[in-house]
Ligand binder design. Structure first.
Ligand code: ADP
Ligand code: MG
Length: 226
């Protein structure tokens, strides 16, 4: 589904060039739950941004669903991202002026779904994450755990082929983390492809497979749970 060949990312700061990623060769197949791990500054966020078509590499190639991404125009790349990718972040960006229901519905408003179809999707996500009773409330009233569940429901509302998550449980306490990672595990069992970045070895063990980064290099590829 996603393949990289000698992927590089450099950041220029005046005369200083920072090599954030060097020679990354990885393959992610449909249905996998891959965890990108490594200490702070090792390049996890940078790699997720490249794989998720948010940022462009300084060198190398990324194949996403058969297209070589660096050869696409910005418009084509944005379309590919909109049609296939959803993101979840450590900082939870919900729209405070919209209700829980409206937040989850938001990405669907850009798709040709009917109102009825949208309602069916939102209702099933509300139910799935046990937040149906909160539908008419505003998200700022809730703690990080509930807010991150709302953000997850919103990310899933347009049925992304890949869910990218960057430290998604970073703000949660240990029991909330466990429960949130269990949601990821279940989603993956149902076929959702997930690529998650985390510095937490505790969270990393929920994935099927780990790609470990250190100073912008892949240092090991290991299978996880099971
Ligand atoms: P991680 O997510 O593993 O903590 P990052 O991908 O955020 O690591 O960062 C990897 C390295 O690239 C770090 O040294 C960071 O300072 C550098 N870096 C990331 N983004 C930028 C940027 N926009 N400009 C300059 N340096 C950056
Ligand atoms: Mg990061």
């Amino acid at each position: 589904m996603i393949h990289t060949r000698n992927l590089q990312k450099r950041f220029q700061r005046g005369d200083f060039e920072k090599h954030a990623l060097q020679n990354i060769n990885i393959d992610i197949e449909e249905g996998e739950f891959v965890v990108i791990t490594g200490p702070s500054g090792s390049g996890k966020t940078t790699l997720l941004g490249l794989l998720g078509l948010v940022d462009i590499p300084s060198g190398g190639e990324i194949y996403f669903l058969g297209s070589e991404v660096t050869r696409l125009s910005e418009r084509q790349r944005n379309k590919l991202r909109r049609d296939h990718i959803a993101f979840l972040f450590e900082n939870i960006h919900l729209v405070d002026e919209l209700t829980v229901y409206e937040n989850i519905e938001l990405p669907l408003l850009y798709l040709p779904n009917s109102r009825k179809e949208r309602r069916r999707i939102v209702e099933s996500l509300l139910e799935r994450f046990k937040i149906s009773h909160l539908r008419k409330q505003y998200p700022s009233r809730f703690g990080d755990f509930v807010q991150q569940k709302i953000a997850l429901a919103r990310a899933l509302s347009c049925s992304p082929d890949v869910l990218f998550a960057d430290e998604p449980a970073g703000k949660l306490n240990s029991s909330e983390k466990e429960e949130f990672m269990e949601l990821f595990r279940q989603l993956n069992e149902e076929g959702q492809t997930i690529v998650m970045g985390t510095h937490s070895l505790e969270d990393a063990r929920h994935g099927q497979r780990t790609i470990q980064l250190f100073d912008g290099h892949v240092v090991s590829l290991a299978s996880g749970r099971g």
